[in-house]
Design a protein around this ligand. Structure first.
Ligand code: LMR
Length: 397
């Protein structure tokens, strides 16, 4: 039955995680997968999550099925968090949402919905984008193409090129995949003024936004991190949003996320929700309960919510502090451009202008584990190894 099969290449992000695990060097620096680490290098469970779990363990009454659209209290609380409870799309009932198995599950549900409604549309993704966007979307049967985004020389966003490219290449009805904040893999986000322009551009061109909001709260704060999403919804009548609780609630392995369709009418919202349920049923039947149940507990309880907000802020502050330290350490001859970019960029990631060989050299000769693309996860560093990290980067440049 299996004779015709051959092994498939390892996922590049997971492969770096395994390589790093296997290295016994106590000085290794793990800048691989997008997982937050504290100053000791641990990915601990948030205190708010632990407390929610204790309460939940006492209160949980059943393990019966949660339903194909998952926990709708979770969806409502997450949408209130991101858009604000008084947002017209919420008060007018113009959002159809389903809980998903993590952010990846949300992206897949969104892609399957698009395949059903716009089978001939192309999904345009930034260059570069999160590697897993491509299989998640193309395996749903949609075509993908790319628009210019990150300039590996200036280490900033090529916004004018992005707009010109989409304006000339994308056709009305196509989908533009956007990173709501903390762009993965570059950390280079659009400014508020650019989001303002982009939102109007998308609406005028009839392009449909699909926003991946996997890292909100970890960039510059909740208001800043959701600015682009809100701006796009203000101008575009229909928007898809994929959210994840992996990073901001540190619920990685609980696979907690949601897909939301902002629609023109409440009737359309109901239809999209029923579509999400039917799609989910044929892929995983329904999402797992635990992570979403914890988020409901946290967001629905003033004390736990405040605890979580503070923990989120401390993760964010730690990463900003590390960015400042690394930026200062790299601010020497030859490192100035990287130094400036690292300081400006947001969230966990930055993409260093390294060749694959330079990235490999960092791993083999300096025990610095980053992706071949040059992507680093700043949270994997700490104040004491930043000088060695900066020296290693400068040594391979
Ligand atoms: C990453 O980009 O490293 C994370 O989102 C983890 C993953 O699943 O790839």
């Amino acid at each position: 039955m299996f004779e015709t099969l051959t092994s498939r290449p390892d996922d590049p992000i997971m492969a770096i995680m395994e390589l790093c695990k296997a290295d016994a060097n106590p000085k290794k620096i793990d800048l691989g997968p997008g997982v937050y680490k504290d100053a000791t290098g641990s990915t601990t469970i948030l205190k708010a999550v632990k407390l929610a779990e204790e309460l939940w363990n006492r209160e949980e009454l059943t393990k019966t099925y949660v339903g194909t659209v998952g926990n709708q209290d979770f969806c409502r609380l997450m949408l209130d968090l991101v858009l604000g409870a008084q947002h017209p799309a919420i008060t007018e009932g113009r959002i159809g949402a389903a809980q998903s198995t993590g952010g990846s599950g949300a992206l897949r549900l969104g892609a399957e919905l698009l395949k059903a409604s716009l089978p001939d549309a192309t999904v345009w993704a930034s260059t570069p984008t999160w590697a897993n966007h491509i299989p998640l979307i193309t395996e749903a049967g949609l075509k993908m193409d790319s628009y210019p985004y990150y300039n590996r020389e200036t280490l900033g966003v090529d916004f004018d090129d992005m707009i010109t490219h989409l304006g000339t290449q994308a056709k009305r009805g196509d989908i533009v995949l956007l990173h709501g904040c903390c762009h993965n893999p570059t950390g280079a986000d659009l400014s508020h003024a650019q989001w303002d322009r982009l939102a109007i551009f998308l609406a005028e061109k009839g392009l449909n936004p699909f926003i991946d909001l996997a890292y909100f709260g970890l960039g510059r704060g909740m208001a800043d991190d959701t600015y682009g999403t809100l701006k796009v919804i203000e101008h575009c009548p229909e928007v898809l949003i994929a959210m994840s609780c992996s990073k901001n609630f540190a619920l990685y392995r609980e696979r907690t996320g949601l897909i939301a369709a902002v629609t023109k009418t409440p009737e359309a919202a109901k239809i999209t929700r029923s579509q999400f349920g039917a799609i989910q049923r044929k892929i995983v039947s329904m999402p797992p309960d635990h992570g979403a149940a914890l988020v409901v507990r946290i967001l629905g309880d003033d004390v736990l919510r405040e605890m979580w907000v503070n923990e989120l802020e401390s993760m964010r502050d730690r990463m900003r502090g590390l960015r400042t330290l690394l930026s200062e350490a790299l601010n020497v001859q030859g490192g100035e451009a990287i130094s400036a970019a690292i300081k400006d960029q947001n969230g966990m990631f930055s993409t260093l202008p390294l060749t694959k060989e330079q990235a490999q050299k960092l791993r083999t000769e300096h025990a610095v584990y980053l992706l071949d693309s040059g992507r680093i996860n700043i949270a994997g560093a700490n104040a004491s190894n930043i000088p060695r990290l900066a020296e290693s980067i400068l040594a391979v440049l």
